[in-house]
Design a protein around this ligand. Structure first.
Ligand code: RB5
Length: 154
């Protein structure tokens, strides 16, 4: 887990909740509500997950948008910014999202807990979704995925 200053308090509250669900949490900062730059913390979590040091990542900023974009800039990361449980579930089932991005100014603690619990408990469905996730990996490698698509018509 990591956050910027805007996500500091929600991260502080969510950490024991995630541990209570049976997960070990690696906390990558920030350490206070002093203003920091969210890309640093999104990238930290992205690297921890992409390297295999951590299985999944949770990043938090004011909206979840900026820090999620930052995490996704790391090759191999599929970050999903979610403000409700439906998208959190589908981000696992269809997109195999490996980073969850939350917005502390957009999502109250109780809903954030539901989103996190749903996201952590939901498995990737594979099947037809695997090809699309493979295409995301190809984009990470800078490949042209048009030829790999079953329907690339405009
Ligand atoms: C910080 O004010 C805010 O811009 C940041 O937390 C985040 O919401 C950016 O996407």
């Amino acid at each position: 887990m990591a956050s910027d200053h805007a996500g500091f308090e929600l991260r502080r509250q969510l950490r024991p909740y995630v541990e209570g669900l049976g997960h070990e949490v690696v906390d990558l900062g920030t350490g206070s509500v002093a203003s920091v730059d969210y890309p640093v913390f999104g990238a930290r979590v992205g690297r921890a997950v992409a390297s295999g040091d951590c299985q999944r990542g949770i990043v938090i900023c004011g909206t979840g948008v900026g820090i999620g974009i930052a995490a996704t800039k790391i090759s191999g990361i599929r970050a999903a910014a979610c403000t409700e449980t439906y998208s959190a579930r589908l981000s696992r089932q269809h997109n195999d999202a490996n980073v969850l991005a939350l917005g502390a100014r957009a999502t109250a603690l109780g809903l954030a807990q539901d989103i996190v619990a749903t996201w952590l408990a939901t498995a990737f469905e594979g099947g037809r979704h695997q090809r699309r996730v493979d295409q995301l990996a190809a984009l990470d490698r800078g490949e042209d995925i048009e030829a790999q698509s079953v329907n690339s018509a405009l």
